[in-house]
Design a protein around this ligand. Structure first.
Ligand code: R5P
Length: 300
């Protein structure tokens, strides 16, 4: 693939959303970047095949809002990128609110597919640069063959919770510690991480935290809530240890398998997520963070 050459100005830059379900994100991102928004028209043939068309000529660079939730939407994103090339775009920045498969970033057992690598390689064939927010690890983006940039929504999460009187920010495991630190820095409070051991896709064990949380407002932050097993276990344990309030926040609220109810049942006072994946918990706009990532990806 040719080396990605960033455009020298924003003139002519357009945002295109891959599918109608991402039009709100596309419009917000276009506003953040101060560029024009174009909606891609999409339909499905009777046999289920997806068809996309960019309704006008595109010159220069386009930012494509890609929906990378598994699995149909991933193909929609790939077809959307191809439509952009057909419409004339010579540079495509794929802006993905959420990158699925980020947790399978290596083979944990012999013979396993490295799903994140497979996905990012396929996307590399269709886009020149890749921008996202809070991928599971920043290193996973190395599998994309082109310029990449990951921003964090830590600032947006902290701003949303600024008036909650958070005493302590905790990450549910060591891997999420940096995120907890960033949120705590914005809130001006201490942070730490819990020790988590995963027993199965649905079940985790978390070791008791040794700090005294009695009566405290504790915020637990993570990149993703999937089944809610991690956050509900952390919530129960903190409440058992005497925490006054437990607030939960994640960038990507997947909320599979009744996760929201699981978190509510565990006693969490608030469950917050960004609109990277739209849900009833999506109270925080991801667009500013995604715009930061897209700008950086474009400038190399
Ligand atoms: C794992 O390392 C991630 O950061 C999340 O903690 C995890 O994937 C959440 O999954 P679940 O909600 O199913 O426990």
């Amino acid at each position: 693939m040719d080396e990605f050459k960033p455009p020298t100005s924003l003139d002519g830059l357009m945002i295109v959303a891959t599918a109608p379900q991402r039009s709100a994100m596309g419009e917000s991102l276009a506003r953040e970047l101060g560029v024009r928004y174009v909606e891609l028209t999409a339909e499905r043939f009777p046999d289920g095949e997806y068809h996309a068309r960019v309704p006008e000529r595109i010159d220069g660079t386009a930012v494509l809002v890609g929906d990378l939730r598994p699995d149909e939407r991933i193909l929609e994103t790939v077809v959307g990128a191809d439509a952009l090339r057909e419409a004339g775009a010579d540079e495509i920045v794929l802006a993905a609110p959420y990158l699925a498969y980020g947790r399978q970033d290596r083979a944990f057992e012999p013979g396993e597919g490295v799903s994140a690598r497979a996905l990012l390689r396929a996307l590399s064939a269709n886009a020149d640069a890749f921008a996202t927010v809070d991928p599971h690890t920043d290193g996973v983006l190395d599998h994309f063959d082109g310029a990449t940039s990951a921003a964090t929504a830590a600032q947006e999460i902290a701003t949303h919770l600024a008036d909650e009187g958070v005493d302590l920010v905790l990450a549910p495991d060591a891997g999420a510690r940096d995120r907890a630190e960033q949120v705590a820095d914005h809130l001006g409070c201490p942070f730490d991480h819990l020790e988590k051991h995963r027993k199965s896709a649905h079940e985790v064990e978390i070791e008791p935290h040794d700090a005294d949380v009695t009566g405290q407002t504790v915020l637990v932050v993570d990149d993703i809530v999937a089944t809610g097993g991690t956050m509900s276990t952390a919530t129960r344990q903190l409440l058992d240890a005497g925490a006054g309030r437990v607030l939960l926040a994640a960038t990507h609220g997947v909320f599979a398998d009744g996760a929201l109810k699981r978190l509510d049942d565990a006693g969490a006072e608030t469950i917050l997520a960004t609109d990277a994946i739209p849900s009833s918990a999506s109270a925080i706009s991801l667009a500013p963070a995604l715009a930061r990532a897209a700008r950086r990806a474009r400038s190399g």
